[in-house]
Design a binder for this molecule. Structure first.
Ligand code: ARG
Length: 301
C-alpha cells in the first residue's frame, strides 16, 4: 500500500528528540552508614591535602556532618551510624572501610598504619548487623574510596591506595565484574575523588586524573558521561552521592551542579568544606549498604 501523508507523519523516526534536561530521573531509597566526626582532626599527612598543625574546627565539622545526614533523611534515605573511636581522626570517612553489594560485605585493608584500625571497627559492625559473608581481604583495598558500583559493574581505582590485586579479590567475593582504572594525580588519590556515580549507567569524572588507557576505557563505557572541570574537583565536587535523581554535592561545585541540572538531575548542594583539610568529602563519609533492607526484613521474619 502506498504510504499516505498521515502514516508518514506517525513515523517513529520523526519523533522530536527529547532534550537531556527533560530526562526523567528516578530516585531510589538508600541505606547509608555514617560515622560522626567526634574525633576528626588532621594530625598526620597521608595525602596531598593534609597539613598537620592547621587547626580543625570540630564544631563546624560536626554541624556540616549533621546537615549532610539530615539531607539524606530529608531525601527519604535511611542513615545508620557507627560509633566513632578516639584516636582515629579519619574514621568519619567510613566509606573507605568497606564495600557492600547485595548485602554481601567486603571489609577494607588500609595502606597506611594510621587508618588500619578503622577497618576492624567497621568489619565488626558488618558482622554484628547481619551482613552476608563479611570478609577481611588479603590485599590492600580502601573500600568505596576506590570501589564504585555502577549498575552491575564495579569500577576500581589503583595507583595510590588500593592494590590492583584487590580488584580480582573483590570480584570473586561479590560476584560482579570489576574494571581496573589507574589514577595518576596524587591530588585525586582515591577513585571517588575523581569519579562520581550518578545512576546505574551514568558517571561524572575528571579525565586528567586517569592514565590514558583508563581514559579510553571510561570513554568507551560511558560515552554520555558528565566531564567535570578542575574548578569543581578542587572542592571535591565529584565526591558526590546520588540516588539516581538527587545529587548531593559540595555547594562550591556550582559549575558541576549546572551540568547536572542540564541532564535532568536535581543538585542538592551542601557545605562540607571543613573536611577538605583531610582530603575528604561527602562520598567519603557515606558508605552505601546495598541490600541491607532485605537482610533486616528477613531477620525480622
Ligand atoms: N585523610 C583521609 C585519607 O587520606 C581522607 C580519606 C577520604 N576518603 C576518600 N575516599 N577520599 O585516607
Amino acid at each position: 500500500m502506498a504510504p499516505t501523508a498521515g502514516i508518514e507523519s506517525e513515523s517513529p523516526y520523526e519523533e522530536p528528540a527529547v532534550a537531556p534536561g527533560d530526562a526523567v530521573r528516578h530516585a531510589h531509597p538508600r541505606t547509608y552508614l555514617m560515622c560522626p566526626p567526634t574525633y576528626f582532626d588532621v594530625v598526620y599527612a597521608i595525602n596531598d591535602w593534609m597539613r598537620p598543625g592547621e587547626p580543625v574546627d570540630r564544631d563546624r565539622a560536626m554541624s556540616q556532618w549533621s546537615a549532610l545526614a539530615d539531607t539524606y533523611r530529608r531525601l527519604g534515605h535511611e542513615v545508620l551510624t557507627i560509633d566513632p573511636v578516639e584516636g582515629l581522626p579519619d574514621m568519619v570517612f567510613v566509606t573507605d572501610s568497606g564495600l557492600v553489594v547485595d548485602g554481601v560485605a567486603l571489609g577494607a585493608r588500609y595502606r597506611t598504619a594510621e587508618r588500619r584500625a578503622e577497618a576492624e571497627h567497621v568489619f565488626r559492625w558488618f558482622r554484628d548487623n547481619g551482613l552476608i559473608r563479611p570478609t577481611l581481604p588479603r590485599y590492600v583495598n580502601e573500600g568505596e574510596g576506590d570501589f564504585l558500583v555502577v549498575g552491575d559493574v564495579i569500577l576500581a581505582g589503583t595507583g595510590f591506595r588500593s592494590d590492583p590485586r584487590s580488584h580480582a579479590e573483590a570480584s570473586a567475593h561479590l560476584g560482579r565484574p570489576v574494571i581496573t582504572l589507574n589514577l595518576v594525580n596524587p591530588r585525586y588519590y582515591h577513585l571517588n575523588t575523581a569519579l562520581g556515580v550518578l545512576d546505574d549507567s551514568t558517571i561524572a569524572y575528571l579525565p586528567s586524573a586517569f592514565s590514558p588507557d583508563s581514559r579510553d576505557v571510561l570513554g568507551r563505557m560511558f560515552p554520555d558521561a558528565v566531564i567535570a572541570a578542575g574548578t569543581d574537583t578542587d572542592w571535591l565536587g565529584l565526591n558526590l552521592v546520588s540516588d539516581g535523581a538527587n545529587v548531593v554535592l559540595p555547594v562550591q561545585a556550582s559549575h558541576l551542579a549546572d551540568q547536572l541540572s542540564d541532564r535532568g538531575y536535581e543538585p542538592v548542594p551542601v557545605d562540607y568544606s571543613e573536611f577538605l583539610k583531610s582530603g575528604g568529602g561527602i562520598k567519603c563519609s557515606t558508605l552505601e549498604l546495598r541490600g541491607f533492607r532485605g537482610i533486616r526484613d528477613e531477620s525480622q521474619g
